[in-house]
Write a protein that binds this ligand. Structure first.
Ligand code: ZN
Length: 132
């Protein structure tokens, strides 16, 4: 792992959340896109770390389920890696349950895969790697 790439934050209202980060914190939103998890995402950058705000776009979105259970807040932490397959092998080899055994194309043109929070002491953990 080379760094913390981003924090994923579940929100109920993307527009209002973006307004908070822009007006109250002075950050600038640098992108918005529909994502694989049936969510619409907005991105911010602080130093080398990004924030990914996630608003569900369907009732069966995992983000919708998270909001129902836990309310708004930090949804996942994403670590950048240069070797996503190797990281998954290491994690599963040490007994961690994987949500995705095979990386797939996530937001912002990256390959991503998630570890199950029941195996990670409560933190939904994402590995991400730039697509080459
Ligand atoms: Zn993420």
């Amino acid at each position: 792992l080379t760094k913390i790439d981003h924090l994923g934050i579940a929100v109920r209202d993307l527009d209002k959340s973006v307004e908070y980060y822009e007006k109250s914190l002075g950050l600038r939103c640098h992108g918005r896109e529909e994502a694989f998890a049936k969510s619409e995402n907005s991105f911010f950058e602080i130093g080398e770390v990004h924030l990914e705000l996630l608003e569900p776009t369907a009732e069966d979105s995992p983000i919708a389920k998270f909001l129902e259970k836990s309310g708004e807040g930090i949804h996942h932490i994403a670590f950048r890696t240069d070797d996503i397959e190797g990281q998954l092998d290491q994690a599963s080899g040490s007994g961690v349950k994987l949500i995705h055994e095979v990386p797939f194309e996530g937001a912002a043109n990256k390959l991503v895969a998630f570890l199950h929070p029941k195996s990670t002491h409560g933190v939904l953990t994402e590995f991400c790697m730039d697509k080459e």
